[in-house]
Design a protein. Sequence first.
Length: 318
Amino acid sequence: MLLGVARRLLSMVITLLGVSVVIFVILRLLPGNAVTASLGVSAGLLSHAQLAALDRYYGVGQPAVQQFVSWLVAVLTGNLGVSLASREPVATLIGAALPVTVELALVAIVLGLLIGVGLGMLGALHPGRLPDSVGQGVAVVGLGVPSFVLGTGIVTLLASVLHYFPSSQSFAGFFQNPWLNLQQIIFPALALSLGIGAAIMRTTRAAILEVSGQGFVRTARGKGLAPRTVSWRHLFLNSSIPIVTMTGIQLGYLLGGTVIVEQIFVLPGLGRLLVTSIANRDFPVVQSVTLLFAAAFVVVNMLTDILYTVIDPRTRAR
């Protein structure tokens, strides 16, 4: 098991190194830089010497390889650099935005699990009946409608029809104002959770239907065990591997999916910080936030693999 963890850690490092190279190259292919983005049309009024001086000041005039190596060495030492737009440390900006995104992701994945596992089990235990039809309908909506469309619809309903939009107020932390925080988080989390719940629901339903036809389940029922015991101890636990797999995948994608939803609901999380930094060509912030998203995705997948060995010891030999 320790050898497997070491291999996954090495793979994670290689993956993140590749991601950092891709991020760096893509950003440099975008037209303009931090100077032109901050000055706007006024950049055309400056001479070549003035623009060159500003490039040197912002550090964007250095050769690309030198910029990448300098940034990578700084990241490895814990220094994420300074924002070119606000002149604040990138670590400070990320530290302020990270709790919002983490809270949104956790609430969304919990709602997704409640929707997915609940409807999936009901559909598998009552195939072809009303609970199964309801679950299939939710799955069609969740998988067919993007989260940003659901988010836009929720915002329109809250603001235009109900005249209620808690995100119009300044964001409140959970310990600062729990009730307002819940109102500001629950609706964007709901927009994200429907797609997550739909994927988990279909996986749960298929896995439980497959397990329910096996001999040990018929034996458990034949012994007269309570239906609830059979459902959770025999069906759900033996179907948990594909459910955990889908949950890990959805959680990884969820961290990136918060980018648009945070923008729609005006949440000051990492997604909104990323969008603003891209518009400002704020390379240090964009690189650090994107790398953080990639690291979170890789870590979630690694933890999912490790969780397999806890749930099913037979996977330790693989």
